[in-house]
Design a protein around this ligand. Structure first.
Ligand SMILES: Nc1nc2c(ncn2[C@@H]2O[C@H](COP(=O)(O)OP(=O)(O)OP(=O)(O)O)[C@@H](O)[C@H]2O)c(=O)[nH]1
Length: 212
């Protein structure tokens, strides 16, 4: 549905709106009906759940959604994959090129990773240069496949800026949700542990918890 902003003529105050237009034949011609809906409240809620730099879910919104998905997965005995992805040597990017370039790298990274995911996957920024992907209906094979695809997509990403072009790598840790009493928090801890090992083994790689 088309959306945009309209300016209230009396005070110049702008509000976001959604516009829908319908038409039907009426006696003597065609009748058009337009509805303009104020979506300020919806936009405010979205903004509170998303981070300004990357537009990704923040940790609180992500935790809520993760609990909901975990509940569904366990109840229906399905699979759920968790990946934690962290930029390698990101401090060097900031130190060498400045914080603004670092920010642009994070923005493009978020776009690249989002582009590789299904609509039902969930991507969040956990903080700093660490991201988390939640994948419903994804067992250990799918988890590994997607993690390697993300690794390759980031390796192939070139961040082009006016003064510099640069490339980065990431390390990725993964884990699958197990049977109850497993929880999302525990799966996330296992993925984090795998990430930590991937960093220790030289970075720029995928490690799935429980696999050599
Ligand atoms: N530009 C920018 N930098 C950030 C942001 N959040 C965190 N950082 C930086 O990310 C860097 C993280 O550094 P470290 O934790 O040492 O990790 P690293 O250099 O990536 O090294 P490894 O993870 O061990 O490969 C720090 O320099 C932080 O200042 C942000 O929003 N924007």
């Amino acid at each position: 549905m088309p959306s945009g902003n309209v300016c209230a003529p009396q005070d110049g105050y702008s509000i976001p709106v959604e516009v829908s237009i319908g038409s039907e034949l009426a006696a003597g011609g065609r009748l058009f009906v337009g509805v303009v809906r104020d979506i300020s409240e919806q936009k405010r809620t979205e903004a509170e759940l998303r981070l300004p730099l990357t537009g990704l879910l923040n940790r609180r919104a992500f935790n809520d959604e993760a609990s909901r998905l975990t509940g569904l997965t366990l109840r229906h005995q399905r699979s759920l994959g968790v990946l934690v992805l962290d930029v390698d040597h990101f401090k060097r990017v900031n130190d060498t090129h400045g914080h603004a370039v670092g920010d642009e790298v994070l923005r493009q990274l978020a776009r690249t990773v989002s582009g590789e995911l299904r609509d039902t996957d969930l991507l969040a920024r956990l903080g700093g240069e660490e991201f988390c992907v939640l994948m419903p209906e994804t067992g250990s094979d799918g988890l590994k496949r997607l993690a390697n695809r993300l690794l390759e997509a980031v390796r192939a990403m070139v961040v082009r800026l006016p003064d510099v072009s640069l490339q980065i790598t990431v390390s990725i840790g993964g884990a699958n949700l197990r049977d109850p009493p497993d929880t999302f928090k525990q799966a996330l801890l296992r993925a984090d542990e795998a990430l930590y090992t991937a960093k220790g083994e030289g970075r720029n790689r995928v490690l799935i918890h429980g696999e050599a």
